[in-house]
Design a protein around this ligand. Structure first.
Ligand code: 3HC
Length: 337
C-alpha cells in the first residue's frame, strides 16, 4: 500500500521474475491526463491510474498521521499552561489538529483504503509521519515555537496543497490552512509576550528557537535532487512547489519575523544574497533527518506507543458503539416487519 511502484508482480510469475505493467484503458488514461493538463480536479469516482491512487493514499495518510501524532508534543503542556487564556488557546489548537487528522483520514478513505488499514500501517511502524513530532517540548517556550515555526512551516507546505489535483484533499486543505494560520499567529503572539518579559523568559525563547530551527527546515523533506516522489507528484499536480523552493520561501518569510521578535536564528551562514534575491542558509543535517524518519529520533518510540495505547484503550468504546448500532438496526427491522 505504501510503495511508489508503477507495476505489480505478475501473480503467475515465479518470484524474481520481471514485473508486468498493470493493464489499463488507454481512453481512460487519456481523459485523466487531459484533466491533469487542464489543471482540473480528479474526484473519488473518476478513473485514476493505480500509481496516482497509491501516491495519494501514501501522502494523505502520512499527513493525517502527522496531525494526530502532532497533538502529542503540545498536548503535553495543556495541564501546565501558565494561564487560563493560554490553556484555552492550546486546547483549541490541539483539538484543531485532531480535526485535521479526521478530515484527512476521510479524504484518504475515498480512495478505497479503510481507516483501520491506515491505523495499522501507523501502529506497525510501516507508515511515516512528520519527522518534526519526534522531538520533545521541553519548556513552555517550545509551545510558542511549535506554533510559530512548525505550524509556519506546515502552512508554507500546505497552501499549495489547496490546489492539489485530487478534489477531497484540496478541499480539506482549505479549512486546514485557515486553522493553521491561527495556530501560527497564536505561537508568535505567545513568544512576543515572553520576549517582553524577564531575561529568563527571553533566554527560554532563544533556547527553544535554537533547538527547533534546523528541525523545521528538514521538515520540508529531502533536497529536490534526493526526493524520489517529487517529479511524479508535480507532474500529477499533487505537489505544486518543490521541497527546496518551499524551504527557501519559509526561510525568507521567517527571517524578518525573527527580527521583530528579537531572536537570533541559529545559523551563522544565514544572510541575504542580493544576486539570488533570497537568503542563503547553512547545511541541514540530513543524517539526523533520516535517522528520525527511520524510527530513531528522541521520541519516536514514545509517540508510537502513545498512539497504540490510545487505540487499544478506546477499543471498548468502538465495540459498544457497534453493539448499540446493531441493536438499533434490529429494533428498526422488528418494527418495520
Ligand atoms: N518527515 C517524515 N518523512 C518525510 C518527511 C518528513 N518531514 N519529508 C519527506 N519524508 C519522506 C516522504 O514521505 C518519502 O517517504 P515515502 O516515499 O516512504 O513515503 C521520503 O521521505 C522521500 O521524500 P519525498 O520528498 O520524495 O516525498 P514527497 O514527495 O511525498 O514529499 C512531503 C514529502 C513534502 C512531506 C509531502 O508528502 C507533503 O507535502 N505531504 C503533505 C503535508 C504533510 O504531510 N505535512 C506534515 C506535517 S503536518 C503538520 O505539521 C501538522 C501541523 O498541525 C503542524
Amino acid at each position: 500500500m505504501y510503495t511508489q511502484s508503477f507495476n505489480v508482480p505478475d501473480a503467475d510469475a515465479p518470484s524474481g521474475a520481471p514485473l508486468k505493467a498493470v493493464p489499463h484503458d488507454t481512453a481512460l488514461q487519456a481523459h485523466f491526463d487531459a484533466v491533469i493538463d487542464a489543471d482540473g480536479k480528479i474526484e473519488p469516482r473518476d478513473w485514476m491510474p493505480e500509481a496516482y491512487r497509491k501516491t495519494l493514499v501514501r501522502q494523505i495518510s502520512q499527513h493525517a498521521h502527522s496531525e494526530i501524532v502532532g497533538m502529542l508534543p503540545e498536548g503535553n503542556w495543556i495541564s501546565r499552561a501558565p494561564s487560563l487564556k493560554r490553556k484555552a488557546i492550546l486546547v483549541a489548537k490541539v483539538q484543531d489538529e485532531g480535526g485535521h487528522g479526521l478530515y484527512l483520514y476521510s479524504a484518504a478513505e475515498t480512495l478505497g483504503t479503510s481507516r483501520d488499514q491506515m491505523f495499522d500501517a501507523l501502529h506497525s511502524g510501516k507508515a511515516k509521519y512528520s519527522s518534526i513530532f519526534n522531538y520533545p517540548t521541553l519548556t513552555w517556550a517550545d509551545v510558542g515555537v511549535v506554533g510559530w515555526l512548525v505550524d509556519g512551516a506546515a502552512i508554507m507546505n500546505q497552501i499549495p496543497l489547496c490546489r492539489c489535483s485530487f478534489g477531497p484533499y484540496a478541499r480539506a486543505m482549505i479549512r486546514v490552512c485557515k486553522e493553521e494560520s491561527f495556530h501560527q499567529r497564536q505561537g508568535f503572539e505567545s513568544l512576543m509576550t515572553m520576549m517582553q518579559g524577564t531575561a529568563e523568559q527571553k533566554a527560554m525563547v532563544q533556547d527553544a528557537v535554537n533547538r527547533w530551527w534546523w528541525k523545521c527546515l528538514a521538515m520540508f523533506g529531502p533536497p529536490d535532487a534526493d526526493s524520489p516522489n517529487s517529479v511524479q507528484g508535480m507532474r500529477w499536480g499533487i505537489k505544486r512547489i518543490s521541497n527546496d523552493d518551499l524551504r527557501q520561501k519559509f526561510v525568507d518569510a521567517t527571517v524578518p519575523q525573527a527580527e521583530v521578535l528579537g531572536v537570533t536564528l541559529p545559523d551563522p551562514e544565514l544572510k541575504w544574497n542580493e544576486a539570488r534575491g533570497h537568503h542563503d542558509y547553512g547545511q541541514i543535517d540530513w543524517d539526523e533527518f533520516w535517522a528520525v524518519v527511520n524510527g530513531d529520533g528522541p521520541c519516536n518510540r514514545e509517540r508510537l506507543a502513545t498512539r497504540v495505547k490510545a487505540r487499544n484503550d478506546g477499543a471498548w468504546v468502538r465495540e459498544a458503539a457497534l453493539a448499540h448500532a446493531r441493536k438499533q438496526q434490529q429494533r428498526a427491522m422488528k418494527e418495520a416487519a
